[in-house]
Design a protein around this ligand. Structure first.
Ligand code: UDP
Ligand code: MG
Length: 329
C-alpha cells in the first residue's frame, strides 16, 4: 500500500550551522509543541555546511520522524538567509514559520503566531519582550533598526528576530526573487499585504555560541541597507551638492583676498583640514558606491546561490529520497 503523506498545513524552516550541542534540546521541545497544535505540519532543517556533527544528528532525526521531517543538506556554508531561502523552496504548507536552531526563539510561541495568522494577516513579525543578548548587540541592533526605519519603507519594530510567520502568497513571491545577499524578514515584508507583529519571549542560547562575528554582522547590515534602499546614494549626491557649493564659496573668498591683500600663507593648515575632510567624504562615498557595485557584480555573475548536496525526505511511496548534487540557481 502506498503511504501518501498528508499535505502539511504548516511548514517550519530552521537553518542549522554548527549547532550539535543544542539540537537534541531543540527536538525535545519543538516536536511536542508542534504535535500539540493538532494540524499537519512539516519541519525543514537546512544544514548550512556545518563542520560539526549537525548533519549526522539531523539525518538521525529524519529517520526518527520521517513523517514530518525533511532535511536539506548544503555542500558548504552559504549563510543563514540563503539557508532559509532554500528551506522556503521546499515548503508545502500554507503558513511558513522560521525559527533559529539555538532555542532563542521558543517553539511554544508558534501557536501564537498561527493564531494571529488566522485573523487574516499574511505576515506576523515578532518583538522580543526582553532580549537575551549581550548589551552591545542589543544597542547596535536598536540603532540599525532606527536607521532602516528612516531609509526604507519597511515598518518593523525588531528586525533581528527570526521567529516569524509568512503566508503562502508571501513565500511564493520570495521564491521568485534571485537576490544574492538578502535579509529575509525585510524581503518578505515588502510582499506582505497585511503585516502585523506580536510580542514573543526570547531566551538565552541553549548551547554553543553566536555564529555571527562583528564583521559578519556589519556585512549583514550593509545587505539590509543596500538591498532595500537607494537613500545612501541619494544622500551622498545631496551631500556632494552642498559641499561643492561651500567649496565654490570658499574659492571665491580666497580669490578675492588674493587680489585685495596679495599672496597669503596664513591659514594654510585650515585649508589642509578642509582638504582632508573632503577626502574623507570622497572615500566614504566611493565605499558606498562600491557596496552597490559589489551587489550588482554578484548579481550579474549569476552563479548558483547555494548548492544542495542532498535532500532527505519521505517520498509518496514511503521511500527515502536522496538526490545528490542538486544545484539550485
Ligand atoms: N546560521 C546559519 N548559517 C550561518 C550562521 C548562522 O544557518 O552562517 C543559523 C544558526 O545555526 C542559527 C541561526 O542561523 O539557527 C541564527 O544564528 P545565531 O543564533 O548564531 O545568531 P544570533 O542569535 O547571534 O543572531
Ligand atoms: Mg541565536
Amino acid at each position: 500500500m502506498k503511504v501518501v503523506p498528508m499535505k502539511p498545513e504548516l511548514s517550519v524552516v530552521i537553518p542549522v550551522y554548527n549547532e550539535e550541542a543544542g539540537l537534541a534540546t531543540l527536538f525535545a521541545r519543538l516536536y511536542p509543541a508542534l504535535d500539540a497544535l493538532q494540524m499537519p505540519y512539516e519541519i525543514i532543517f537546512v544544514n548550512d555546511g556545518s563542520r560539526d556533527n549537525s548533519a549526522l544528528i539531523l539525518s538521525d532525526q529524519f529517520r526518527a520522524r520521517p513523517d514530518v521531517t525533511r532535511v536539506v543538506l548544503f555542500n558548504g556554508n552559504y549563510g543563514q538567509h540563503m539557508a532559509i531561502l532554500a528551506g522556503f523552496q521546499a515548503t508545502r504548507g500554507n503558513v511558513v514559520v522560521t525559527l533559529d536552531a539555538d532555542l532563542q526563539n521558543p517553539p511554544e510561541e508558534i501557536g501564537n503566531l498561527l493564531a494571529k495568522m488566522k485573523e487574516g494577516y499574511d505576515y506576523v513579525g515578532s518583538i522580543r519582550r526582553e532580549r537575551q543578548d549581550s548589551a552591545w548587540r542589543t544597542y547596535a541592533s536598536r540603532a540599525m533598526n532606527r536607521l532602516r526605519e528612516k531609509i526604507t519603507r519597511i515598518k518593523m519594530t525588531d528586525q533581528g528576530n527570526m521567529l516569524r510567520a509568512y503566508g503562502r502568497n508571501v513565500i511564493d513571491l520570495v521564491n521568485r526573487c534571485n537576490e544574492v545577499n538578502t535579509f529575509i524578514p525585510a524581503l518578505a515584508y515588502t510582499f506582505a499585504r497585511r503585516p502585523t507583529e506580536i510580542v514573543v519571549e526570547h531566551e538565552e542560547r541553549a548551547a554553543g555560541e553566536s555564529k555571527y562575528s562583528l564583521y559578519s554582522l556589519i556585512r549583514l547590515n550593509f545587505d539590509l541597507v543596500t538591498g532595500f534602499s537607494l537613500v545612501p546614494l541619494q544622500f551622498f549626491s545631496m551631500l556632494g551638492i552642498g559641499l561643492s557649493f561651500a567649496s565654490a564659496a570658499l574659492f571665491v573668498v580666497l580669490l578675492a583676498r588674493r587680489f585685495l591683500f596679495g599672496a597669503e600663507v596664513q591659514g594654510v593648515f585650515t585649508l589642509f583640514a578642509i582638504a582632508f575632510f573632503l577626502m574623507g567624504v570622497i572615500l566614504f562615498g566611493i565605499g558606498i558606491v562600491g557596496e552597490y557595485v559589489g551587489r550588482i557584480y554578484q548579481q550579474v555573475r549569476g552563479r548558483p546561490r547555494y548548492v544542495i548536496q542532498a535532500l532527505l525526505e519521505e517520498s509518496t511511496n514511503g521511500a527515502v529520497q536522496n538526490e545528490p548534487t542538486k544545484v539550485k540557481v
